[in-house]
Design a protein around this ligand. Sequence first.
Ligand code: ZN
Length: 403
Amino acid sequence: MADRFFNNLMPDLSQTVAEDGDSLMNLLAMPYSSLSHHLKRSALDLKETVVIETWGFSGQLVHDFTLYSGTLGTAFLLFRAYQVTANANDLSLCLQILKACDAASASSRDVTFICGRAGVCALGAAAAKRSGDQELLNYYLAQFHQIKLSNDIPNELLYGRVGYLWACLFLNKYVGAETLSSTTIRQVTEEIIKEGRSMAKNGSSPLMFEWYGQRYWGAAHGLAGIMHVLMDVQLKPDEAEDVKGTLKYMINNRFPSGNYPASEEDMRRDFLVHWCHGAPGIALTLVKAAQVFGEREFLEAGAAAAEVVWNRGLLKKVGICHGISGNAYVFLSLYRATGKSEYLHRAKAFASFLLDRGHKLLSKGEMHGGDSPYSLFEGVGGMAYLFLDMVDPSQARFPGYEL
Ligand SMILES: [Zn+2]
């Protein structure tokens, strides 16, 4: 399925030299401080475009409030821009957009950070805290506490329990420890473990989950996303063993290529190399597991998955969910975990490819901007976010996934 991705002809670190007339090679050969300057300038230009397209042109009306494909993604990008540049205009515009997202999501029954009401309330609280507005902070926290999880919700990241848990952890990081009590977090964690064990009964993985009848493996709807968030909460020893065992089950049943199946129901087709389904999202989880459990096997599997991303992950899409921007985060996470400059080079290569050719390929239709071309998860909003994150790679985090 070579039509899904561009052949990656970019050289590895040791073979990278500047060449007259080759703008991509020149970017790659550039010292990091110069490239980082180019990326930052492009990110800030893109951010203006995203704001105009998703907020200005819509008459400041919110049709889709979500972080994934809607206006909250623009607020999240502005919040990141504020962290990088400390430009107060970004924070105040972020708060203004949040207010509209708050109104638009008031009756939503979705509870997660990426696709639900919890994202609006958690980011609202974090931004209010940064701006020093205690009253607004109290408002968003009170709204967050009103979110109720029904008994029949799934467990995955986009619509399920771990997506809500991630919002709790985001609040505890950006507003303060115990903003969401450990009792609440424990309760939700126990429900997830209980369902995972009961679904896994008689299978070879200790935990298994289902979303609309499919037992997915990837970050968006499946095991990788659920294990990723579980590793950010305090687990009991037997729960931690089950998380480890689930990840080992996945490693032992991956494709010979090093890529991963999309689901238990689809164990033969080795063709998706996305954050949502396949090696990229799973690599981020494995690198995290190496840090949490200190076992070499996880880092080796993460590195093997990153090889798949390097060879088949230069996708003909731009965003972070199933595009080049999201796949670049695999190399950033391995760079943070290992300090190896080869990984930073690979992240630079994916970002430089987008910087050099992204606009041209998008305008010629050779790359797709997704259904929501300016959104954070599918569109150029994600590219802007990646460029901002690359200004200081030690602080880069996949939005809504890496805390
Ligand atoms: Zn996707």
